[in-house]
Design a protein around this ligand. Structure first.
Ligand SMILES: *C/C=C(C)/C=C/C=C(C)/C=C/C1=C(C)CCCC1(C)C
Length: 250
């Protein structure tokens, strides 16, 4: 079992669970320790960055076991993780734009959109008719329907980060560092978050599953890669903003 996990050639998915766990753990330690180097007003943002990767690390520990034991997608654990960490990423957007006047209402809108996205994604994956003896056609209909519903929540967040409230607040902030960071985070939402629907389409009945015959273990391969990019990357953008702003304040 250990060689299954540590040999990327034998099982790349098991390997990415293992590496993902280590990376999330290391990133958490980094964000928690670096908090002491930034000025007070950035400490909460860095704490949240560390919490995001720490919550993910704990879930990766269990997901890695689950996958190694069963060879199946740890769908429930995955969505519990996301239901905690994606709203925390919304908190990051809120904390960054708060200095430019963001209200609690913005935070709630982003959180509701992310929960919407995740609830429909979960129904799409966990209640795939194929597991209940349904046909491939039924699975396709189901995955497309819930995938589209889920995407509406994603588009809302994407819109807010590029053109909506988040973008406008950053634009009007007169803070060049902040503007740049929010723009980079918006790129993460556009490119990094778009990896998740690719993983979703690898489940039985999904478009990539049927058209390209990508098997359903690829779901987790894409999710693991995307999580590392987005959770650690997001945190690093905020970290560098905090460091450069702290330097300017001095
Ligand atoms: C740390 C975890 C993150 C940033 C997770 C993000 C997840 C998504 C952006 C998921 C999006 C999905 C769709 C847009 C449609 C298909 C279903 C999902 C849930 C995979």
């Amino acid at each position: 079992m250990l060689s299954l996990i540590t040999d990327p050639g034998k099982d790349p998915v098991a390997f990415t669970f293992f590496i993902g766990y280590m990376a999330m753990m290391a990133a958490s330690v980094f964000f928690f320790f670096e908090r002491s180097r930034v000025s007070d007003k950035w400490k909460t943002s860095l704490l949240v960055s560390g919490l995001i990767t720490f919550i993910a690390a704990v879930h990766y520990y269990y997901m890695r076991d689950y996958y190694a034991e069963t060879g199946e997608n740890p769908t429930a654990l995955r969505y519990i993780d996301w239901t905690l960490t994606v709203p925390l990423m919304c908190v990051e957007f809120y904390l960054l734009t708060k200095v430019a006047g963001a209200k609690m209402g913005l935070l709630w809108k982003l959180i509701i959109a992310s929960v919407w996205m995740l609830v429909f994604g979960y129904i799409g994956e966990a209640y795939n008719p194929i597991y209940e003896g349904g046909t491939l056609d039924e699975a396709t209909t189901h995955s497309v329907m819930y995938g589209v519903l889920s995407t509406l929540g994603y588009i809302y967040i994407l819109y807010s980060a590029w053109f909506g409230e988040v973008a406008k607040l950053a634009e009007n902030s007169n803070n060049a560092n902040l503007k740049k960071s929010v723009r980079i985070l918006a790129w993460f939402v556009l490119v990094g978050w778009a990896i998740y629907p690719i993983g979703y389409m690898c489940m039985p009945g999904g478009w990539l599953n049927t058209a390209l015959e990508w098997d359903s273990t690829k779901v987790d391969l894409f999710y693991n890669i995307a999580d590392a990019i987005n959770k650690i990357g997001f945190g690093l953008v905020i970290y560098s903003l905090a460091i450069s702003s702290t330097a300017e304040e001095k």
